[in-house]
Write a protein that binds this ligand. Structure first.
Ligand code: TYR
Length: 345
């Protein structure tokens, strides 16, 4: 890994773009460990955990022979991504700018199952036609964002791929699913998951079987992308930590060796009262500007505190913390819009 690539990862940690990383325990020992970055976004001085986190990532990177590819999955539950996804895309874009191949995976099959992670209630089932429409819309939206960013920064657009997990599941037989995926999961572990416990014990107790087995599909995606695209690192919103850790264990078990894998989580964008942005219909900020929305990007940015605005611009722009601290709130708002709007329209 070249120094500039390593620097890019360090910067992402420093700017608060990365919340946790899951890496092999004790260099190449057995199992995994997740390191949580506890420093709040705006206190960027090096803390013990921060140094520890960098050291582990360095160790991990130095055992990689090739440049690892990164992937992040997006379930097409709507026909546009929202602002919460932009921080994930921003991580992928920074990585691509620094020479890492990146993959955006559209979950054409997983969206139908419904990821229980990060949600307290059952999802409305999406029809087949709606899913197809949403998948096409997201494919186009992400491809456009990648293309515009590549043009702006003179990046070879082959660094970016947009795939759909329908590609491998549409030809998979039930035998293959049973032998290579289902048999690797133990019920005792599946029932241990916090999300399963809370959904089974919660007031509705309405968890579907498809939601229960969702993790088996996300886990296999990583194995597939590892084998076919050299994808060692999965990026996801912080609510994906459970899926990422389980996927890590699954890839490890399936390959019968400890692969050089890492999971990276990105802090969620939240509203003033701490709610995950995009969780309900009324607090969503669509990236598709033409889509009817109760809140535009500008309105959202104008309504959050200065601290949240600085923290968000550290994730979405390249301006330094010192520069941001010396800029007025409306100036920071402009900086974010200047960075994002050209990618969207
Ligand atoms: N589960 C992710 C989406 C995803 C889908 C497939 C994957 O392989 C990875 C991630 C989410 O709900 O945000």
């Amino acid at each position: 890994m070249t120094a500039s690539r390593m620097k890019c990862i360090h910067q992402m940690i420093e700017r608060g773009m990365i919340q946790c990383i899951t890496v092999p325990e004790k260099k190449m020992g057995k199992g995994r460990v997740t390191i949580r970055r506890r420093t709040p976004d705006l206190r960027l001085e090096e803390t013990k955990q921060h140094r520890h986190l960098l050291k582990i990532f360095d160790t991990f990177s130095s055992v990689q022979n090739n440049t690892p590819a990164y992937y992040c999955g997006f379930d097409p539950t709507a026909d546009s991504l929202h602002l919460g996804h932009m921080t994930l895309l921003s991580v992928l874009l920074s990585l691509a700018k620094n020479g890492f191949p990146v993959i955006a995976l559209i979950g054409g099959v997983t969206a139908k199952l419904g990821d229980p992670e990060g949600k307290d209630e059952n999802r409305v089932l999406i029809s087949h036609q709606q899913l197809e429409k949403n998948s096409i819309a997201l494919q186009e939206q992400i491809t456009n964002i990648f293309q515009r960013y590549a043009d702006k920064h003179n990046i070879d657009s082959s660094s970016f791929s947009v795939l759909n997990n329908k590609e491998w599941y549409s030809t998979m037989t039930l035998d293959q699913y049973t032998d290579s995926i289902a048999s690797e999961f133990k019920l005792v572990d599946m029932f241990q998951r916090a999300v399963v416990k809370s959904r089974l014990e919660g007031k509705d107790r309405d968890m579907r079987f498809t939601e229960f087995v969702y993790q088996t599909f996300q886990s296999y995606d990583w194995l597939y992308l590892y084998k076919h695209y050299g994808c060692s690192i999965q990026v996801g919103g912080h609510d994906q930590l459970g899926n990422i850790e389980d996927g890590y264990d699954f890839v490890w078990r399936s390959l019968h060796q400890l692969p050089t894998l890492a999971g990276v989580t990105v802090p969620l964008v939240v509203t003033e009262d701490g709610q995950k942005l995009g969780k309900t219909a009324t607090n969503v900020v669509w990236l598709d500007q033409s889509k009817a929305s109760s809140m535009s990007l500008e309105q959202y940015l104008a309504g959050i505190s200065r601290t949240d605005l600085i923290s968000l611009s550290l994730k979405l722009t390249n301006h330094s913390i010192a520069e941001l601290q010396n800029t007025s709130q409306s100036g920071i708002l402009e900086m974010i819009l200047e960075e994002i709007m050209p990618l969207l329209t």
